[in-house]
Design a protein around this ligand. Structure first.
Ligand code: NDP
Ligand code: 8X3
Length: 251
């Protein structure tokens, strides 16, 4: 059987990195993306002991860079069987009237438009083969709006709509499309949201056991290893201590 090839965006940290590691254990060859080349190099050096790894450093906001990067993928890493649209972050945590427009642009440009650009660049070869699997990383923020979540939530509601839209439009092409929508996962996410204020960031995960990136990677691996007739379409996952966006049972 042909070895599977997976392209993971946001592989330099958190959920994307854990997904790359779990895919490597499964024997998938990898195209790993992110802006931080050093981290991509480190991950490549580790994972290359077991699978083939190609790295692509680009900013998903830059439409031309996205297409150039995807077109530059060597033949030996084609076709892409699995696309994990994971790159994204929250920027800021302010009420709508205090929100920074730069933060709004970042979230809409990365979480929504970046996901669309990468998908558009990868899709043609999946459509041609009538085969492929796209996993979109949404969020509980795409299912419930919470105070100060406003634009981040909007970006993840958009991911939810895009996930549904992709599944409908790609139905005739035998391409599986599904989303994972996590609650609180302890990654660099809050550090980015709070602009490097690591004390504030770590408080988000205080007093309960949050999810870890590996928990989400396990679920993604489960989704992509189902038999071809099974498509996990949409999945919400919380830490046990979390019941909704705003209800967390802390010590
Ligand atoms: P991390 O901050 O740990 O990872 C974010 C990843 O996205 C990094 O690899 C980063 O790489 C990449 N990224 C960010 N901006 C860009 C950009 N402009 N171009 C290319 N890559 C970019 O956070 P998580 O692992 O937690 O986040 C992964 C996904 O999970 C996101 O979509 C997030 O919204 C979602 N999510 C996270 C939750 C959580 O609680 N942590 C819960 C629900 C969903 P680099 O900086 O090298 O470019
Ligand atoms: C990340 C989870 O609750 O911070 O999407 O929005 S939350």
């Amino acid at each position: 059987m042909k070895e599977k090839i997976a392209l993971v965006t946001g592989a330099t940290s958190g959920i994307g990195k854990a997904t790359a590691e779990s895919f490597a254990k499964q024997g998938f060859n990898l195209v790993l993306c992110g802006r931080r080349q050093e981290r991509l190099d480190e991950l490549k050096a580790t994972l290359e002991k077991t699978v083939k790894v190609h790295t692509l450093s680009f900013d998903v906001r830059d439409r031309e860079a996205v297409f150039e990067a995807i077109q530059s993928i060597p033949e030996s890493f084609k076709p892409i069987d699995i696309l994990v649209n994971n790159a994204g972050n929250a920027h800021g945590f302010d009420p709508i009237y205090d929100g920074s427009m730069d933060d709004w642009d970042a979230m809409m440009d990365i979480n929504v438009k970046g996901l669309l650009y990468v998908t558009k660049a990868v899709l043609p070869q999946m459509m041609e083969r009538k085969s492929g699997h796209i996993i979109n990383i949404g969020s509980i923020a795409g299912k419930e709006v919470y105070p100060n979540g406003n634009v981040y939530c909007a970006s993840k509601y958009a991911v939810d709509a895009i996930n549904q839209g992709m599944r409908i439009d790609l139905n005739a092409y035998n391409i599986r499309v599904g989303a994972v929508n996590p609650g609180l996962v302890n990654t660099e996410f809050s550090n980015v949201r709070f602009k490097g204020d690591s004390e504030r960031a770590s408080k988000v995960y205080d007093g309960y056991t949050p999810l870890y990136a590996e928990d989400i990677a396990d679920i993604i691996l489960f989704m992509v290893t189902r038999p071809p007739h099974v498509n996990v379409a949409d999945l919400v996952v919380f830490p046990t201590a979390q019941a909704s966006s705003t209800i967390v049972n802390r010590d």
